[in-house]
Design a protein around this ligand. Structure first.
Ligand code: PEP
Ligand code: MN
Length: 238
């Protein structure tokens, strides 16, 4: 089971502390945003180049493979030496020229579902990467936009077994963005694993209320540790 965990954004030295904590709890990969897609250009959008030394330090000190989003060919080039898996964010899932650029890379790609992408479009989107020669693709259901407003997005459980019917690409779930609410992350993670997901992406922060992005959906390392125990138990039962 792939378990990608870490802060929404790399904010500073606490990235290392969070990395060590999620590794101890059972994470297989460490995530952290360097360039954050935001709804307004006036909001903080990550440390950008300043995060690169922290990625390098995390590689040595934490030792987990790093998953980082890139939003342009320039960002792919800048991040390439530091990153083990490139993330394609929901806002770029239908940017076919960018998908082709990820297809020309020799590193795995985590392809997140667009917020208005049907399941079939989501599966077809992977072809833009595969067709350029990169066959190391992992899909990620991260919730879609619906009329529901209690949650930030609606994590589409249907998507997980549907993707299993339509192709042989591994699919993981992101209940952090899929719910937008800290209290819902653990139960929805359990549901995704029960539905056949090959893994999870979870936002974890040492002090979620002070996180610079996505604090409301971030869980503490302690809660993350209990999440890992639960999903492993579910996987075993299945
Ligand atoms: C993220 O992983 O922090 C992120 C921005 O995800 P998404 O593209 O799914 O919104
Ligand atoms: Mn986030």
């Amino acid at each position: 089971m792939i378990i990608i965990a870490g802060p929404c954004s790399i904010e500073g030295k606490n990235f290392i502390q969070i990395g060590l904590a999620v590794k101890a709890a059972g994470a297989t990969h460490l995530r952290g945003g360097v360039f954050k897609p935001r709804s307004s250009p006036f909001r903080w959008s990550g440390l950008h180049e300043e995060a690169l030394p922290l990625l390098e330090e995390a590689r040595v000190v934490v030792g987990l493979p790093l998953v980082v989003e890139a939003m342009s060919p320039q960002q792919i080039e800048l991040l390439y030496p530091y990153v083990d898996v490139f993330q394609v964010g929901a806002r770029n899932s239908t940017n076919t020229e960018l998908l082709k650029e990820f297809g020309r890379q020799d590193k795995p790609v985590l392809y997140k579902r667009g917020m208005a992408q049907t399941i079939e479009e989501f599966v077809m989107g992977t072809d833009f990467i595969l067709n350029e020669g990169n066959t190391n693709v992992i899909m990620c259901e991260r919730g879609i936009r619906t009329f529901e407003s209690y949650t930030r997005n609606t994590l589409d459980i249907n998507c997980i077994p549907s993707v299993k019917e339509l192709c042989s690409i591994p699919i993981i779930a992101d209940p952090s963005h899929g719910t937008g609410r800290r209290s819902l992350v653990v139960p929805v993670a359990c549901a995704a694993i029960a539905a056949g997901a090959d893994g999870l992406m979870i936002e974890v922060h040492s002090d979620p209320d002070r996180a610079l992005t996505d604090g409301s959906q971030s869980i503490t390392p302690e809660i993350f540790a209990s999440l890992v125990r639960r999903v492993k138990a579910i996987k075993e039962v299945l």
